[in-house]
Design a protein around this ligand. Structure first.
Ligand SMILES: *[C@@H]1O[C@H](CO)[C@@H](O)[C@H](O)[C@H]1NC(C)=O
Ligand SMILES: *[C@@H]1O[C@H](CO)[C@@H](O)[C@H](O)[C@H]1NC(C)=O
Ligand SMILES: *[C@@H]1O[C@H](CO)[C@@H](O)[C@H](O)[C@H]1NC(C)=O
Length: 280
């Protein structure tokens, strides 16, 4: 848990600084390119999930309760307000009233697409911040192309977003998974590795960040192996919230432990530790 926070927090800071930067940039551009009448308000849509995310959808289990993402509304909206205040304090001030129109996407495609339509036709927004969740972003990204409105997000990393015709007005603040895949492929080549297993969490129905990340890397290495790397590459999904997940334990025992080196590779230590936390 601590490591997770340590990983997420620097990203959050980077994102917020970039948000501030983009707010400034956006307002300058809008006031120049559209010659907005000074009494016309500038509405900016913020579409992110509120914390906590619902753990059931209808009667169906959906997400493990308490899942935490670095882009919940409660974290980003205060930062956006500070950003706006900074913009208003600078010489870049536009006379127009700037409002943030906030809506909860629930990280869900359906909610996000209806919210986007309200944002456009009721609030007449001029830009979107978010959605970030990969599935929720897809329809809003396509609308933004159609409506010619900029969309800024810390998501959109899945390889589907490489389709620039569909999503040409999305600006990503994080690198696409394609970049990670290039890095892993290069590493593979340097060390002349021959056998690989891509292990990833696959338990949430509507947020598949890990699947998209693993998929991007897998696809690229597969392509690379077609190109003569001679890789033996397989993949193994498991549920990281379920310690009794047999697939994970078996994978470690069968494919990882016997072939790896180091302190934790001892077959005994590993299987004892994992099996001891299985419910009896
Ligand atoms: C901004 O909003 C306030 C409060 O709604 C209003 O009094 C003011 O006239 C608006 N300013 C402009 C420039 O539209
Ligand atoms: C904006 O300016 C006011 C007045 O000078 C100041 O109190 C406030 O802290 C400034 N806000 C930011 C975010 O810099
Ligand atoms: C890939 O590796 C696995 C595990 O080491 C082995 O069972 C399988 O036969 C290998 N496949 C190929 C095509 O070499």
């Amino acid at each position: 848990m601590m490591e997770l926070k340590a990983l997420i927090f620097p990203w959050l800071l980077v994102d917020i600084k970039l948000f501030v930067f983009f707010v400034v940039l956006l307002n300058v551009n809008l006031s120049v390119s559209r010659s907005l009448p000074p009494d016309e308000p500038i509405n900016i849509a913020i579409m992110l999930p509120r914390y906590p995310l619902p753990s059931t959808r209808g009667s169906k289990p959906w997400l493990v309760a308490g899942r935490h993402y670095p882009y919940h509304l409660q974290m980003v909206v205060p930062a956006m307000r500070i950003a706006l205040e900074k913009v208003k304090n600078t010489t870049l001030v536009v006379p127009n009233n700037i409002s943030l129109i906030v809506d909860d996407t629930e990280c869900w495609l359906n909610t996000a697409q209806f919210a986007a339509i309200d944002m456009m036709y009721i609030h007449k927004v001029m830009a979107f911040f978010g959605p970030v969740c990969e599935y929720a972003l897809a329809p809003v990204g396509r609308f933004s192309t159609r409506w010619n409105l900029p969309l800024i997000t810390a998501g959109g990393q899945a390889s589907g977003y490489d389709d620039f015709d569909q999503y040409k007005l999305i600006t990503n603040l994080k690198p696409p998974h394609r970049k990670l895949a290039h890095f892993v492929a290069a590493l593979w080549k340097i060390y002349e590795w021959k056998r690989g297993v891509i292990v990833f969490h696959d338990g949430d129905a509507h947020i598949k960040d890990e699947v998209f990340m693993a998929g991007g890397v897998y696809d690229m290495l597969e392509k690379a192996s077609g190109g003569g790397y001679g890789l033996n590459l397989t993949f193994q999904p498991f549920n990281e919230f379920d310690y009794s997940d047999e697939r994970y334990v078996e994978l470690l025992e069968r494919d990882v432990t016997p072939y790896t080196r180091g302190e934790y590779s001892n077959r005994y230590v590993l299987s004892d530790r994992l099996l001891s936390i299985k419910p009896s």
